[in-house]
Design a protein around this ligand. Structure first.
Ligand code: NAP
Length: 350
């Protein structure tokens, strides 16, 4: 048996590739006892028991970036067989956007693998389904909230120190923060959304940010981390576009974007008249929470946030007069990969 930990990466997309790059550099520079032994996409996987060389890894990534599913490569395997490579020495990394990985990741946990993920899908399942991922000491999910900004680590520290978290509040969406701070530059709502999309800050379909659900998922993950077994339904979510826009295709949505200008107009004018500004604010407590567009003072903790920044305030028994505040970049491949890397090294005991 080798003293190296085997890494199996599910999801060689933007974040997965950024992590591979950081890993290859760190393994080389710090002689880390780690090796990447399998890459898995939605079509199949490629395995190398000795660990991929940087050149082999780059070849796989190049193939993916040229649009080739892994199953089309001669050395590929059927995903159903991946669990044969799981043992106590294995670290599974989920940088995919898949829901379908739940059974295979759970199987990994049961076989004693460690698991690191930035994919929120398993953590937002109904509580009895998601619970094993929260209760296992072998799971890290720092990058699911505020990219790699260490929010989950802070919450876990409070819990393990027997502090009682009472209330968590914050601006949790880098994309929505970009859009609403851009309105202060006299852009229309439609222009701000379009700019955010062009800069790559939104999901491919911006409605996936504007419907508030991604933010609600982050709020749910934080709540569950501090021991509140809430469900998504316990969080009231305000969508930032009207109901009728649900039915459009992505192209139709963009064609009708200007019609959204009226949607936030009244709130925006009212806020401006009172020297306030708009921010998408989320909050959770043991009983539930909300994600809502709110007017906040321009010089407040949230009003001063610009670009894709996130800010979080944690109120607890100990952090009561002054909440524990965490701010940082809320999106981006490099910072998300950094959070994954921190979890990975932690679980590998390095
Ligand atoms: N971007 C950010 O700042 C950020 C921050 C925090 C968290 N995240 C999360 O990070 C994850 C990845 O984001 P991304 O931007 O890297 O997405 P992406 O570029 O679309 O990559 C997704 C990857 O997942 C793979 N995949 C899909 N289904 C799979 C399956 N069943 N098994 C294995 N692999 C599968 C896809 O492979 P195929 O080519 O086969 O479809 C693709 O390689 C998402 O869950 C996202 O929510 C992103």
């Amino acid at each position: 048996m080798t003293d190296k930990k085997d890494i199996i990466l599910f999801g060689p997309g933007k974040i997965g590739q950024a992590l591979c790059e950081q890993l290859v550099n760190a393994i080389d520079r710090y002689y880390l006892p780690l090796r990447i032994t399998a890459i898995v996409d939605s079509s199949g996987y490629v395995h190398n028991a000795a660990g991929f060389t940087p050149e082999q890894l780059q070849k796989l990534i190049n193939a993916k970036n040229e649009g080739a599913p892994l199953r089309t490569l001669p050395e590929s395997n059927n995903t159903a067989a991946i669990a044969q490579h799981f043992d106590l020495n294995t670290i599974l990394i989920d940088t995919s956007n898949a829901q379908a990985l739940y059974p295979v990741l759970l199987k990994g946990l049961k076989k004693g693998c460690s698991l690191v993920m930035c994919n929120k899908n398993n953590l937002i399942q109904p509580w009895p389904v998601a619970e094993p991922f929260y209760s296992s000491a072998n799971v890290g999910y720092e990058s699911t909230v505020c990219a790699g900004t260490p929010v989950i680590a802070a919450l876990r520290n409070l819990v393990s120190g027997f502090d009682d978290v009472e209330y968590i509040e914050g601006c949790l969406s880098g994309t929505l923060n970009y859009i609403f701070s851009a309105l202060e530059q006299d852009l229309s709502y439609a222009q701000a959304i379009e700019n955010a999309h062009m800069l790559g800050y939104t999901e491919p379909d911006p409605r996936d940010d504007l419907n508030g659900m991604d933010t609600a998922r982050k709020a749910l993950i934080m709540a569950r981390t501090v021991g509140w077994p809430l469900e998504l339904d316990d969080i009231e979510v305000e969508s930032l576009y009207p109901e009728e826009f649900h039915a459009y295709t992505k192209d139709q949505f963009f064609q009708r974007l200007k019609r959204l200008n009226g949607y936030t107009q009244q709130l925006r004018q009212q806020a401006m008249a009172e020297s306030m500004t708009l921010r998408y604010v989320s909050a959770v407590n043991p009983n539930g929470g909300f994600c809502q567009l709110k007017a906040v003072a321009r010089d407040s903790e949230y009003g001063l946030l610009d670009n894709t920044a996130n800010k979080l305030m944690i109120h607890s028994r100990v952090h009561n007069h002054i909440p524990l505040m965490i701010a940082g970049a809320g999106a981006g491949a490099e910072i998300t990969a950094l959070g994954l890397m921190a979890d990975l090294l932690n679980l590998a005991g390095i």
